[in-house]
Design a protein around this ligand. Structure first.
Ligand SMILES: C[S@@+](CC[C@H](N)C(=O)[O-])C[C@H]1O[C@@H](n2cnc3c(N)ncnc32)[C@H](O)[C@@H]1O
Length: 272
């Protein structure tokens, strides 16, 4: 699961670094407050934070400024495994100190925010930079549980580029600062790997790719499916799904279309 998301995070790296660097150059605040919405608890959670710190540190070197302090808020649903993130924090702070010097230990503070991002998470004007990767496509599930509807309704929506632009314009708080669209293979390890030989052999083994895609989908959906349909059907469902995906991949390549979007506060750019 995390390999696919790592590919997406890597592709978005330039946009994230560029946006936060621009923001810092305008604000030059002593403490930069960053929130990651839908942070999960895998290896990518802290990777993103390192990249943000790296981008700001480089800018400060270029501009001969001292690096700001960082206050990072990691948000996810209360069921997220925040304990695993917290257990990894001492190593993360230690690594920062080793790579960036003593000043980084105490001046980066990381806090968990266990709540749905469909509710207000922070007091007004407390966060300088919001980031979210692979998470805002998950719609609120409350209603489904309360209404106990008979049929399964996957709380997932993927907007088109035009729909997204219209929502931003209509809502009016932000302007669209940067936008990139790219494709990632369903089997993201074939994007992640630099070795062409390995890429070729992965492409030729459609069953392996089908298994990977099924695992990725299972990691994302299992708990929702099990809650609704019961645990007993899960293994058989995903074994059939693996077969279907492998069959599909033997005929054509599977691609996700990913958007990387940077929004800026205020709607001036949109109108211009
Ligand atoms: C596919 S993971 C993405 C993890 C990480 N951002 C990445 O790119 O590797 C989606 C995450 O969004 C979280 N999520 C889904 N709906 C949410 C909500 N309403 N509020 C907060 N987090 C949510 C899930 O719990 C999950 O950890």
């Amino acid at each position: 699961m995390s390999v696919f998301q790592k590919v997406v995070i890597n592709k978005g790296k330039a946009v994230v670094s560029g946006s936060i660097t621009d923001l810092y150059k305008t604000k030059l605040c002593p403490c930069l407050r960053v929130a990651d919405l839908g942070c999960s608890s895998g290896p990518n959670t802290l990777l993103l934070i390192s990249e943000i710190i790296e981008a700001i540190d480089e800018t400060c070197h270029e501009l001969k400024l001292s690096t700001p302090e960082f206050q990072v808020f990691l948000n996810d649903l209360p069921t997220n495994d925040f304990n695993t993130i917290f257990k990894n924090l001492p190593d993360f702070y230690e690594k920062l100190k080793k790579e960036k010097g003593e000043k980084f230990g105490p001046c980066c503070s990381i806090t968990g925010v266990p709540a749905s991002f469909y509710h207000r998470l922070f007091p007004t004007s407390t966060i300088d930079f919001f980031h979210s990767s692979n998470s805002l496509n998950w719609l609120s599930q409350g209603l489904i549980e309360e209404a106990k509807v008979d049929s399964f309704d996957l709380p997932y929506y993927v907007p088109s580029r035009k729909e997204f632009e219209a929502i931003v314009c209509e809502e009016g708080s932000f302007s669209l600062d940067q936008q990139e669209i790219f494709e990632v293979n369903w089997d993201a390890s074939s994007d992640d790997d630099d070795d062409d030989m390995i890429k070729e052999s992965l492409k030729s083994d459609r069953f392996l790719s089908g298994q990977k895609m099924a695992k990725l989908t299972r990691a994302a959906l299992e708990s929702m499916l099990a809650t609704h349909f019961g645990d007993a059907v899960i293994d058989i469902l995903f074994s059939r799904y693996t077969e279907d995906v492998s069959n599909h991949l033997s005929k054509e390549e599977g691609k996700f279309i990913m958007f990387i979007i940077a929004l800026r506060e205020g709607s001036d750019r949109m109108e211009a």
